[in-house]
Write a protein that binds this ligand. Structure first.
Ligand code: RP5
Length: 164
């Protein structure tokens, strides 16, 4: 397994889907689990330790509200941890963003944007980390960016046709 994804709750599943969709596109080997930093703290730590033993290289945490999941995971591993703050509380994800991004110095968490944008970027960022030692993934990332750029050029054509 190259990537372990831990979601704080089943209610975070839509964001898990976004992450997994991209990892599948790139053919990355991952495992996904629901485990909470406060409801199942011991299990969360066991999952992290087990992932390390199985050669996992990056951990993605997906959590909302006072999202301490990323920080708790990071406290138990030297692997890079990417947090995706979820807008699952009345504060619309600002709480999750701040509690993930404002880690005290020494135990960093790489925090993405709130919600689905962050979920997509979290997956891509994890793939970028893996691609440091994986040429084939690097090529796939190059193609991904090329296709994105082509998409922008096509949009420009469509807009010009309609508005010029
Ligand atoms: C967090 O609290 C979870 O990550 C979820 O985003 C939020 C609400 O969880 P549930 O009450 O829906 O299980 O721990």
């Amino acid at each position: 397994m190259d990537i372990l994804i831990i979601m704080g709750s089943k209610s975070d599943i839509d964001y898990g889907r976004e992450v997994v969709k991209i990892l599948k596109e790139f053919g990355v080997d991952y495992k996904i689990e629901v485990s909470s930093a406060h409801r199942t703290p011991k299990r969360t730590i066991e999952l992290v330790r087990d992932a390390e033993e199985k050669g996992c290289k990056v951990i993605i945490s997906i959590a909302g509200a006072a999202a301490h999941l990323g920080g708790v995971i990071a406290a138990h591993t030297l692997l890079p941890v990417i947090a995706i703050p979820v807008d699952s509380s009345p504060l619309n994800g600002i709480d999750a963003l701040l509690s993930s991004v404002m880690m005290p110095p020494g135990v960093p968490v790489g925090c993405m944007a709130i919600g689905k944008m962050g979920a997509k970027n979290g997956a891509i960022f994890a793939i970028e980390i893996l691609s440091i030692y994986n040429e084939s993934l690097k090529e796939k990332l190059k193609n991904y960016r090329k296709e994105m750029a082509e998409g922008v050029l096509n949009s420009s054509k469509v807009v010009k046709e309609e508005l010029e």
